[in-house]
Design a protein around this ligand. Structure first.
Ligand SMILES: *Cc1c(COP(=O)(O)O)cnc(C)c1O
Length: 337
């Protein structure tokens, strides 16, 4: 293995030793297979290629100071992938099979788990696709479940740095009763155009409003939204957002730290009143937001150039649990042995 500059590897595809595969055929899941190939041999009429039968997950493994590798809340990812499967009529991967595959994927690539203290981690990407040839629109009778991993650098290599979001009303990522609550590739395809426009304006992401009324905050492109005011952690309740496991964990930690927690509709105008704003997800844990620009109303909301005290506290608390620096009182981590 080449020498890796863990702090500066960023977030991108990188080949590791092995990936794990499992086929669903003839009505049942087969054994976990360990593969050293980066390619899959796929029928050109596979449903994933034509009709979007594809769901994915994202989670991380962390090297502790004690030399133990911890995976964060993988059962939640397993359950969420089952929910995505129900949403687009794919075969569900059993939770135990999912977790066994995660364990095996980490074990087979142990040397790629970045060292403690580097701020880097091992990103784990489960993927489920419909593989049978179907040109009529119907769900595939066959599926391939894959897990590959790659080391990723710290999201903020120069330290926790606030970013900017932008609101556009001419784009939606998901319909009110559509697939927004499932982690499926189609939602990402649907957000690429808006995302490109945001990047061109030097924003880190789009902050989507609810597609029905454009009155309430939904979420950021690939991350949930939260805000702090009056000792309260506030996060949107919506039918079209992806239930983030990071957000779920932050709500618990906020409560542990003595904050009130509110999951409710968040009107756009309320942005004016927040003391701290952040985006949350596996990649960054918390990405503090210093400015939100509402393009249609030419209005800006400012939250200060430094991350707020509660965001900072929550960020460190969650990371400390993930890296094993703090006691895992909620039973969130699995040690890989
Ligand atoms: C994956 C994802 C998130 C973040 O979820 P985590 O479980 O916290 O990583 C948020 N929004 C969308 C649309 C996502 O796909």
């Amino acid at each position: 293995m080449e020498n890796i500059d863990w702090k500066n590897i960023g977030f991108g595809y990188r080949k590791t030793n092995f990936n794990i595969r499992c086929w669903f055929k003839d009505g049942q899941w087969g054994p976990l297979e360990v593969s050293d190939s980066e390619h899959i041999n796929l029928h050109m009429a596979a449903t994933c290629l034509h009709y979007g039968q594809e769901a994915f997950e994202g989670l991380k493994a962390f090297m502790g100071e004690d030399g133990k590798v911890r995976v964060f809340r993988m059962e939640e990812n397993a359950r969420r992938m089952q929910s995505s499967s129900e949403g687009i009529l794919m075969e569900k991967v059993p939770v135990d099979l999912f977790c066994d595959a995660v364990r095996l994927a980490v074990k087979e690539n142990m040397e790629f788990v970045p060292p403690h203290g580097s701020g880097a981690s091992l990103y784990i990407r489960p993927l489920l696709i419909g593989t049978a040839p179907e040109i009529g629109v119907r769900p595939s009778p066959e599926y391939l479940f894959i897990i590959f991993v790659m080391p990723v650098g710290p999201y903020f290599p120069e330290g926790f740095k606030p970013t900017e979001l932008v609101i556009y009303r001419q784009f939606d990522r998901a319909a009110p009763l559509g697939t927004g609550k499932y982690k499926v590739g189609g939602n990402y395809a649907a957000s690429l155009v808006a995302g490109k426009k945001a990047k061109e304006g030097h924003y880190s992401a789009v902050l989507y409003l609810d597609a029905r009324e454009k009155k309430y905050i939904d979420e950021c492109g690939p991350a949930n939204f939260f805000a702090i005011k009056d000792n309260t952690y506030i996060t949107p309740k919506s039918e079209s957002i992806l239930p983030s496991i990071t957000n779920m964990s932050l709500m618990q930690l906020a409560e542990d730290l003595g904050l009130k927690v509110e999951r409710r509709r968040v009107p756009v105008e309320e942005l004016e009143t927040f003391e701290e704003v952040g985006a949350c997800g596996t990649a960054a844990v918390i990405s503090p937001v210093k400015r939100i620009y509402d393009e249609d109303q030419d209005k800006e909301y400012l939250y200060g150039f430094d991350p707020g005290p509660w965001s900072t506290k929550l960020y460190h608390k969650l990371q400390d649990i993930q890296y094993g620096d703090e006691e895992d009182v909620h039973g969130w981590v699995t040690i890989i042995e």
